[in-house]
Design a protein around this ligand. Structure first.
Ligand SMILES: *Cc1c(COP(=O)(O)O)cnc(C)c1O
Length: 380
């Protein structure tokens, strides 16, 4: 499968016709247990927490898309994150994390693992020198999100992974915002790529899921052990929905990127908007890095509107096509005010987001309709 192109792998990797029936699409194996011919003699599946054929297909497919050796699927992105921390860290260890990460990641580190002795600190990962300077002797893992949420800053994955490797530190990239279409962290030297499959992988806002890909066998075995031992696995139907989503990932991402660039350009010109963040804009301070490490710039756009939180609230109330909602990565366009919604859990911390920041998940509707909607919401 690794010889085939990305779009081909998305449709075929792990997805051969069903050996039992010839079904072209991987069936939903809605079963919790599997018959054994004799004690311990079975077809590779015993109990569905340990393994289920629908989930296995998804795990193979996502590994092929990230160009990694091993894939693991989870019940949510946060279940995947929890598994990483439980499997790879112990009390006294330190995680060096980006200072602009998903709010739920921050909450997990600070309100679940901190008092268990696994410590995290936060650094601006857009500068590899700052990352190097913030490493501690007990740092075991660097946790990157790139592009970040909601500022859409980039981290130089290759540079950071290489300085981490020199110090025997693992590098994880939460690749949710880019999707493997636009960015493949393992190819750039990272050890682990992690996803909220709820977003672009699923792509239709109808499932919550998570995934991890690695080529490091030791890391895989530890993750696989905790996946089964702690049990944060997705059910067969949820696995199937993500698998179905993957088939169209390539074409969706192409359109998300095209629409997002048009939206970013429109917002840039609009007098009510102070600043636009989108890695695909030549004006983005790290556009050269984006061109080097990304293949397309995905569908997330952030902007700061003039007039602070009141103006941001009025904009998101005014859209008709852009639905006011948390989450991202679906075919439909969403809009939100992170300070009051997705990032409410970081209020009061260094990660706090200004009230005037609006985040858009640009969908794949007709671009003229999207722009007209934003135009009327901004009141001109
Ligand atoms: C949504 C999200 C998560 C968490 O994933 P869930 O599927 O909601 O548990 C993690 N990281 C990023 C970047 C996300 O957007």
């Amino acid at each position: 499968m690794h010889d085939y192109g990305f779009a081909t792998r998305a449709i075929h990797a792990g997805q051969d016709p069903d050996p039992a029936t010839g079904a072209v699409i991987v069936p939903i194996y809605q079963t919790s247990t599997f018959a054994q011919e004799d004690i311990g003699v079975h077809k590779g599946y015993e109990y569905a927490r340990s393994g289920n054929p629908t989930r296995s297909a998804l795990e193979t497919a996502i590994a092929a898309l990230e160009n990694g050796a091993y894939g693991l699927a989870f019940a949510s992105g946060l279940a995947a994150e929890t598994t990483v921390i439980l499997a790879l860290l112990k009390s006294g260890d330190h995680i060096l994390c980006g200072d602009d990460v998903y709010g739920g990641t921050y909450r997990l580190l600070m309100r679940v693992f901190d008092d268990k002795g696994i410590k995290a600190s936060f650094v601006d990962t857009s500068d590899p020198n700052k990352v190097a300077a913030a490493l501690r002797p007990e740092t075991r893992l660097i946790w990157l999100e790139t592009p970040t949420n909601p500022w859409l800053k980039l981290a130089d994955i290759a540079a950071i992974a290489s300085l981490a490797r020199e110090r025997d530190v693992l590098t994880l990239v939460d690749n949710t915002f880019a999707s493997p279409t636009c960015q493949r962290p393992l190819e750039l030297g990272a050890d682990i790529a992690l996803h909220s499959a709820t977003k672009y992988l699923g792509g239709h806002s109808d499932v919550v899921g998570g995934a991890i890909v690695t080529s490091n066998q030791d890391v895989y075995e530890r993750l696989k052990f905790v996946q089964n031992a702690a049990g944060g696995v997705p059910g067969p139907f949820d696995s199937w929905l993500v698998l179905r989503g993957l088939k169209t990932l390539s074409v969706r991402m192409r359109q998300h990127g095209e629409n997002a660039l048009a939206v970013a350009r429109f917002l840039q010109e609009h007098p009510a908007v102070e600043r636009v963040m989108y890695p695909g804009l030549p004006e983005h301070p790290q556009h050269q890095l984006a061109r080097r490490q990304m293949h397309g710039y995905s569908g997330m756009v952030s902007c700061i509107v003039r007039g602070g939180e009141a103006a941001a609230r009025s904009m998101v109330r005014g859209t008709r096509l852009f639905t006011l909602a948390e989450s991202l990565g679906g075919v439909e366009s969403l809009i939100e005010v992170p300070a009051a919604m997705t990032h409410a859990s970081v209020a009061g911390s260094d990660l706090e987001v200004p009230g005037g920041l609006v985040r858009l998940s640009v969908g794949i509707e007709d671009i003229d309709d999207l722009i007209a909607d934003l135009q009327q919401a901004l009141g001109s």
